[in-house]
Structures are given as C-alpha cells and as structure tokens.
Write a protein that binds this ligand. Structure first.
Ligand code: AMP
Length: 282
C-alpha cells in the first residue's frame, strides 16, 4: 500500500492509471476506521483494479462549536487496517494540501441540504459536497462508495454527480451495526458505558415505527410523536436534534407515509451526536 498526501501527485498517478485502462474505486472517509468503513473497502476491492481510500478530517464541514479538534484519529491503526483490506493507495492530505488560504469555490445543493442535518449544521453539506467533488477530481474514480448511514449526504452526492455530469458511479452501501443494533460510528468512542447501553434504542425505535407503518399507520405526526415518547422512555438522557420522515430521494419532508419513506433521526447523547435512519416504507 502506498500513502500519498499530495493531491497533485495522486491526480497525476490516477490519470496515468486511467489511461492504462485501470478501474479505480474511491472510498472517502474521515478515518478512525470501524467495520462500516471496512465493509465499504471490501465492497470496493471486489470491483476495481485500484482501491483508493481517502482519510481527511475535512474542516469545512465542521461548524464552530463542533468536534473538529476532538475528532478521533489513529493513523497507524488505520494504515494497518487499510492494508489488511487490500487498499492500494491511502490518500492522507492535510488541510493546506486541500484548501488554499483564499479558497472560494463551493459546491452547494440547497434543495437537499436544508433539512435534517442541514438544519442544525448549516455549513456541513457545503463542506461535504465541496470536498467530495475535489476528491472526485483528484482521484478520478470510476466508482465511489458511501454508507447509507449518512443517507442525506449520499442523496446530495448522487445529485451533484447527476447535475454536474461527473463520470463516477456512486454506490450507497448498507449500514453496519454493532450486535446491539447501534450504527457503527467513529463518534461512538465519545459514549460512556451508560450511554452506549441505551444507544441501541435509537434503532429499536425506528424498527418499531416501521412495524407501525406495516400495520397500517401512515400519519407522520402520530409516528413521530410515538417515537419521541419511545426515546423519552428509553434514551432519557438523549436530546433529540430531529426526527423526520422524508422521501428517500429528494429528502422532502412528508406529512403522510406514501409509497416510499425514510425516517431519519439525530440525537445528542453526551458528547456524541448520533444519526441513524431506516426505510420505513419501500
Ligand atoms: P466517515 O469517516 O464517518 O465520514 O464515513 C466515511 C464513509 O463511511 C461514509 O460514506 C459513511 O457513510 C460510511 N459509514 C460510516 N459509518 C458507517 C456504518 N456504520 N455503516 C456503513 N457505512 C458507514
């Protein structure tokens, strides 16, 4: 495995690899790998000649009072894991490699970025959209893999690729969970034992909602209030940031569950802001 931190060097290499007919896959990450990241690497490995994983804690997607400085990192461990999972190139730029002091070009998708996480993290998706576009331009991937845990992010990236004619196949992969049902996240290390013991109820509540929908309930207000009640009982120290039922493709908030609906939640539990989602109607 080769580690590259200079974007120009990576781009030159990738342009050469493409001209040789090599198929490139990219898995963008912020590091501190868990099974969710590793499953994306494994899925990518199976469908390419060259597997690139980027590891960059992108400052432009963090708001002022968020955890940019505290974000967990362990490059040594991540390098070993990447190598074990067949990664060819680990791309590890630092901030100054990725952004000029006077960086002023942004990619924005306001239609999809205004609700859910965009409400409480107003600059988040502008940062994500911009860095992912930069990664696409740099690594020139044929395929890029993302997790469905960040459903809104995935919808935004698919829209960018469509709207800007970027020649990359964007794939969304299933959420990898702890045995308890808690969605894996680098931020789970912030949880205390007590918080970790109640956090699986986030997913349990979503499954309960899906069962209600299967039993015929379609009123979003009722479904939401039942879930709020469930979390109040089972995750009492959690502070709900949002619970929304949206259309999975355009992220529009629904009043009634139609043919296709996703419930997405964000909850602050101690120092961790946890997100999860479930398709409650397919
Ligand atoms: P992050 O390092 O948190 O930015 O995540 C990098 C990629 O891994 C993103 O595409 C995430 O959606 C994905 N990812 C994070 N957690 C999980 C998970 N539990 N299951 C599947 N994919 C995940």
């Amino acid at each position: 495995m080769e580690t590259i931190s200079n974007p120009q060097e990576l781009q030159n290499l990738c342009l050469m690899l493409r001209s040789e007919g090599k198929k490139i896959s990219l898995v963008p990450t912020m590091g501190y790998f868990h099974e969710g990241h590793l499953s994306l690497m494994d899925a990518a490995r199976k469908q390419c000649d060259v597997l690139i994983v980027s590891l960059f804690v992108n400052p432009t997607q963090f708001g002022e009072n968020e955890d940019l400085e505290a974000y967990p990192h362990d490059l040594g461990r991540d390098s070993l894991l990447a190598e074990e999972h067949g990664v060819d190139i680990l791309f590890t730029p630092v901030r100054d490699d990725m952004y000029f002091d006077d960086h002023g070009t942004w990619v924005e998708v306001p239609d999809l970025a205004s609700n859910l996480c965009g409400q409480s993290r107003p600059i988040h998706f502008r940062g994500v959209a911009t860095v992912v576009t930069k990664l696409f331009m740099t690594a020139q991937p044929h395929v890029a893999l993302f997790g469905q845990k960040d459903w809104q992010q995935l919808a935004i990236i698919k829209r960018i690729v469509r709207d800007l004619n970027i020649p990359v196949d964007v794939q969304g992969h299933e959420i990898v969970r702890e045995e308890s049902g808690l969605a894996m996240s680098s931020r789970n290390v912030y949880l205390t034992e007590e918080e970790k013991s109640v956090a699986p109820n986030i997913q349990k509540g979503l499954q309960k909602m899906r069962a209600q929908v299967a039993a015929g309930e379609s009123d979003v207000a009722k479904l939401k209030s039942d879930l709020i009640e469930f979390y109040a009982e089972t995750v009492p120290m959690g502070k709900i940031d949002y619970i929304e039922i949206v259309h999975p493709d355009n992220i529009n908030i629904l009043k009634s569950v139609g043919d296709s609906a996703l419930c997405a939640v964000a909850l602050q539990l101690g120092n961790a802001r946890l997100i999860d989602n479930l398709l409650i109607k397919v």
